[in-house]
Write a protein of this length. Structure first.
Ligand code: SIN
Ligand code: CO
Length: 388
């Protein structure tokens, strides 16, 4: 099985071993995970992205107007002329959505569900630059893409870990280093959630962070119950038709709690709604305004594909699929669709292929349900014509 093959990206262990021994558990340093990796974008191009309105970027200047000064983009062109020679970092979020060659890196991580991946953040740091000792609540693979960076790792943290007083940055007040390494281009460090870490640029350096998304338990509960509530009629209430005379009218008794628990359990165990909510939630795009959609008529889009046009996944769109007793579900950028089982192979193709065209779509263009699905995804903005 492919999951048992040794993978270079994991330093020669298999995906199965990595997930069993390291994922969400402990760090792993992988020398030459991608041998001789060269950043597909230059520091100047990264700075260029930080000038764009739709791109989320931050600058952390260690000795700015105050210690660890945080500035948020978009930045003006002259921002970079006025920066010190050393000890600052530019961080640009979701570069994978703007640079296809960066998105290609994600192909190495296909042993994990794609809907767990959040984005690829790219940082550039001047010598000595770093964002301070901190921890993140998500897993991250830190790929060194240019120059050298010294990574230090420390203790496991939680919400009780003391932080420096800072309005915007969560910098740890204490860092108990346990290990450190200097990473060269192509080296990669995997860090589990909540492990303290601290990267310091040895020279001009770029680091790619492949970050994952995992909803907090509090988010799952609040979002799912909000979603559920839309389907529950107001007349459905706490019900005690089985009540017997009470011994003390002021007491809340166990049987009342049992009725509440039954009410909760009945709704919480609705797997169909749970899946619908989860699929929508996990495919919510980071920048919904970039999944705008377009009006196109059905004959026009079929005609265009027949004439050789290529459909690509909108780089800002997120997709996943699932199957239940009621049929197939496709989740695309925060929306769900219930589809007939006959579309299974088309769903897999739509989720997995970078490009859809007459050669791989073939028979699906002649299938009414298949055509309708593609059409809806174009109108919604999850798919778009390559030349647009
Ligand atoms: C960085 O690339 O400078 C910071 C990445 C991180 O520590 O999460
Ligand atoms: Co971090």
């Amino acid at each position: 099985m492919t999951s048992d093959l040794p993978l270079q990206i994991l330093g020669g262990i298999s995906a199965r071993e990595f997930l069993r021994d390291y994922w969400q558990k402990k760090p792993l340093l992988i020398r030459q995970a991608i041998p001789g990796y060269e950043s597909p974008i230059s520091p100047d191009e990264l700075a260029g992205l930080s000038l764009e309105e739709e791109v989320e970027s931050r600058l952390v200047i260690e000795h700015g107007e105050r210690p660890w000064e945080l500035r948020r983009g978009p930045f003006a062109e002259d921002t970079y002329q006025d920066l010190p020679e050393k000890e600052w970092t530019l961080l640009v979020q979701s570069v994978d959505q703007f640079v296809p060659e960066v998105a290609e890196l994600l192909e190495h991580f296909r042993f994990l569900p794609s809907w767990r991946i959040d984005d690829i953040m790219v940082s550039f740091a001047a010598p000595g630059g770093g964002v301070g000792p901190h921890y993140d609540n998500y897993d991250v693979f830190l790929l060194q893409a240019h120059g050298q960076r010294r990574w230090k790792i420390g203790q496991m943290c939680d919400t009780d870990s003391p932080l420096l007083p800072h309005a915007d940055l969560r910098i740890l007040a204490e860092f108990h280093g346990t290990d450190e390494w200097v990473l060269e281009p192509g080296d990669m460090l995997y860090l589990p959630p909540r492990l303290a870490h601290f990267g310091i640029a040895e020279d001009d350096c770029m680091t790619y962070s492949v970050g994952f998304r995992a909803p907090s338990a509090a988010e799952v509960l609040t979002h799912f119950t909000d979603f559920l509530a839309q389907f529950i009629p107001d007349e459905e209430r706490y019900n005690d038709a089985d009540i017997t005379p009470v011994s003390d009218p002021h007491q809340i008794q166990q049987d009342s709690l049992d009725r509440l628990k039954a009410l909760l359990a009945e709704h919480m165990s609705d797997e169909r709604l749970l899946l619908t909510w989860f699929g929508q939630f996990m495919t919510e795009p980071r920048y919904p305004e970039l999944v705008a959609g377009t009006e196109v008529d059905e004959d026009e889009f079929v005609g265009a594909l027949e004439d050789g046009a290529v459909l690509i996944r909108n780089p800002s769109a997120r997709m996943a699929w699932s199957e239940m007793d009621i049929g197939l579900m496709l989740f695309a950028s925060g929306q769900s669709r219930l589809l007939p089982s006959s579309l299974r192979e088309l769903l897999k193709l739509v989720c997995a292929s970078d490009a859809l065209h007459i050669d791989n779509l073939g028979q699906w263009l002649a299938d009414e349900d298949g055509r309708k699905l593609l059409w809806e995804l174009i109108k919604q903005g999850s798919l778009e014509f390559a030349d647009e």
